[in-house]
Design a protein around this ligand. Structure first.
Ligand SMILES: *Cc1c(COP(=O)(O)O)cnc(C)c1O
Length: 370
């Protein structure tokens, strides 16, 4: 048996919408792009949504639209996908890492205030694995210290904190649509915001710096080509129409994994889900026992045809961060400890019970072998 880590859920509806775009002859800035952005405004009840070619691009645009620049400090987490920090480096801003809560794996909000300096301009919160940060607390700190907030909600479409949707708390929220996300467009991202100024900046930056009144070859500022094509948007429109189905299926698979872990008495734990949070299942991450051989478990599963990955390795220990910032092992001990123990196992909407049973059975074997 081969069980991949992730797999997109695509149906005839996605195909139909892509064909409509091909038949229309309008492959960019067409009807599907507008519909995709509308779907986000509706889903999040937010006035502005600007689609782009990746989540990383949308994060970069958020950083730029907020005017973050060289030397500005931004508080964020070292336990994330690297793009949430890279987007700061693109503009010369400095990521100031705050260690994580070992239970939720999200940035420990209790440690934010002690990381604030006169150069701090923003907090970039990441909702890791579809669980939101403690957003009421985080927003209170931001307000008190007059800091911008960017939410990297790339893993959290559909998640909520105390009934309010992830991505709608901060100055800007970002979602991503790589093939393993809850909703995919192949590649893609979107910036959402309540703020008119950020939205208009985002429209301009994604489209070569054109202002709304600029013609096609007029450029008010230096921008990028971060546009999403209508072929991508077509897939996204179909996925958004199917959003509740997609999220429900992921939740069902997660619940079944939990039951199987109990049934097989596998000695792993799961990230703690806070009561105030409605989680949106992105990946299924298990926390191995302290001292377990993470690489060995991954190799064991690989030999049985099961894909798994260490999720996440610590950002500050990546060579491209370690060197310029002189980070050493031990700088963020909780992140490092958890990074050695967390692995993502196969997770997508079409996992069969047989596959899930096989994965958990083999995981159990892998841990018995030590
Ligand atoms: C997926 C993801 C992104 C964006 O990724 P892209 O591949 O550029 O779309 C950013 N941050 C986090 C936490 C992610 O999981």
């Amino acid at each position: 048996m081969f069980v991949p880590l992730a797999r997109p859920d695509l149906t005839d509806l996605e195909k139909q919408y892509v064909l409509e775009v091909l038949d229309s002859g309008q492959l960019s800035f067409g009807e599907k792009l507008a519909r995709f952005e509308d779907a986000f405004r509706q889903q999040l009840q937010i006035p502005h949504a600007v689609a782009m070619n990746s989540g990383t691009s949308a994060l970069h645009v958020a950083v730029k639209a907020l005017g973050l620049k060289s030397g500005d400090e931004v508080i964020t987490t070292p336990y994330s996908f690297i793009a949430s920090s890279n987007c700061l480096l693109f503009e010369g801003a400095v990521p100031i890492f705050v260690d994580i809560d070992p239970h939720t794996l999200n940035m420990d909000t209790r440690q934010i205030e002690s990381a604030i300096t006169p150069r701090t301009k923003a907090i970039l919160a990441v909702h890791v694995f579809g669980q939101t940060c403690r957003m009421d607390k985080l927003m209170r700190i931001a307000k008190k210290h007059n800091l911008h907030v960017i939410e990297d909600a790339c893993e959290a479409l559909g998640a909520e904190w105390k009934g309010k949707k992830a991505g709608t708390f901060g100055d800007a929220g970002v979602f991503a649509f790589y093939a393993n996300k809850q909703v995919t467009t192949g590649e893609g991202g979107i910036l959402v915001t309540q703020r008119e100024d950020i939205a208009s900046s985002a429209y301009s930056l994604r489209n070569q710096g054109r202002a709304p009144e600029d013609g096609w070859l007029e450029h008010t500022q230096v921008g990028y080509n971060y546009r999403m094509s209508d072929l991508q948007a077509a897939v996204g429109v179909a996925q958004m129409e199917r959003l509740s189905e997609l999220l429900r299926k992921r939740e069902e698979k997660a619940e079944r994994y939990k039951e199987l872990l109990r049934e097989y008495q596998v000695p792993v734990t799961l990230p703690q889900a806070l009561e105030e949070c409605k989680i949106s299942w992105f990946v299924f991450v298990v926390i191995l026992p302290e001292g377990a051989d993470q690489a060995g478990v991954i190799r064991f599963l690989h030999d049985k045809g099961i894909q798994s990955k260490p999720y996440f390795p610590a950002i500050h220990l990546q060579p491209c961060y370690r060197k310029p910032f002189l980070f050493e092992a031990g700088a963020f001990p909780v992140t490092e400890r958890m990074a050695k123990r967390t692995i993502a196992i196969p997770f997508h909407t079409r996992l069969t019970e047989e596959e899930q049973r096989y994965v958990i059975g083999q995981l159990s074997m892998a841990l018995q072998k030590g």
